[in-house]
Design a binder for this molecule. Structure first.
Ligand code: FDA
Length: 304
């Protein structure tokens, strides 16, 4: 049953019809637990609330289905406005984005140009931008663009996913770039030929790449709500004498709030991924697919 629900949410997340319906019905579907709002103002307010108890943020303007160059440029403009709003409000947040929303599937040059506009603006504000990782079809193109940007910019990082067989090698290669990596388990449905299928294998690989990247002396964002992964990281940094400035824990907005706050109290750097915007449906479906039990929470919201 759980696997079936997972598949349904993953398919819905890719359906344009479902995206259209969701836009029509707004955040009432229960997505408000995971999405900070539809406007920049609402998202900045949400970050302010997180900052108040010591949590930093990374803002993500949601939008994955871009079908024209104009849409990609509009999406890049939203990133610029978000960076400006962060600077004006003084909240502690950087920016996360998806290359497909900047035109990766339309024209790689256009996507790279959009990224440079964003990184230039971030640099003006002394801020940092992280490239989220999408499904495996986008992995190599995203890494290629990241590599070329990294030569010019030191305020850009990327994400690697522990469920892909290739990732351990990618982490090793990223060492040459001194890459700032966010390491995650991976949120997309991938074929068994390229990805670990069992939770244990994914977890073991995540621990392996966290260890590799940290011991190589590179800044590492450990992005997981899994207490076993978090405890592993705490033990590793303590045994190896790694400074608390060399890494951070990251979690998603609305998930495991108590754990987020506990880590702040224990003195760790904690950053919350705060998504906002009208294109929230695909993101919402991925959160439901990760944990189909969330569907009861959504149904309760609809019935109330
Ligand atoms: P796991 O899935 O094993 O969950 C551990 C525990 O966390 C669960 O038992 C539950 O208590 C809680 N939990 C996890 N997910 C939950 C949910 N949706 N609702 C409620 N509770 C939940 N992926 C990707 O492919 N590309 C990316 O760029 C990113 N970026 C990213 C940024 C940040 C800050 C985070 C935290 C995660 C991502 N991810 C991602 C998603 C990631 O790949 C993964 O799908 C989720 O983090 C869930 O995996 P966990 O490591 O939390 O472990």
């Amino acid at each position: 049953m759980e696997l079936l629900l997972k598949g349904v949410f993953q398919a819905l997340g890719k359906s344009t019809f479902a995206h259209r319906m969701a836009k029509k019905y707004g955040l009432r579907l229960g997505a408000a637990r995971f999405v900070a709002g539809e406007t920049i103002r609402q998202s900045i307010d949400a970050v302010g609330r997180l900052n108040a108890d010591g949590r930093m943020a990374t803002l993500d303007h949601l939008g994955e289905f871009v079908t024209s160059g104009e849409e990609a440029e509009r999406s890049a403009d939203m990133c610029l406005q978000t960076l400006d709003a962060i600077a004006e409000s003084g909240v502690l947040s950087n920016l996360s984005l998806k290359l497909s929303s900047l035109g990766l599937d339309i024209d790689r040059e256009l996507c790279a140009r959009n990224m440079k506009r964003i990184l230039d603006r971030a640099r003006e504000h002394g801020n940092f931008v992280r490239i989220d990782m999408e499904d495996s079809a986008h992995c190599q193109p995203a890494l290629d663009i990241y590599r070329s940007l990294r030569r010019e910019y030191d305020n850009v990082g990327i994400v690697l996913q522990a469920y892909l067989f290739r990732t351990e090698e990618d982490v090793k290669e990223m060492h040459a770039l001194k890459a700032n990596l966010r390491l995650v388990k991976g949120a997309y449905k991938e074929p068994p030929g390229i990805a670990f299928a069992s939770k244990k294998d994914v977890d073991d690989n995540l621990k392996r790449i966290i260890c590799l990247h940290l011991l190589n002396g590179n800044y590492t964002a450990v992005a997981s709500h899994d207490e076993a992964i978090i405890d592993y990281t705490k033990r590793l940094v303590s045994e190896e004498g790694i400074s608390r400035e060399a890494f951070e824990f990251q979690m998603l907005y609305g998930i495991c709030e108590d754990l987020q706050k506990r880590l702040v109290r224990e003195g760790y750097r904690v950053r919350i991924y705060v998504p906002f915007g009208i294109d929230w449906f695909g993101y919402f479906m991925r959160r439901l697919a990760e944990r189909p039990a969330n569907v009861w929470f959504v149904l309760r919201n609809l019935l109330n």
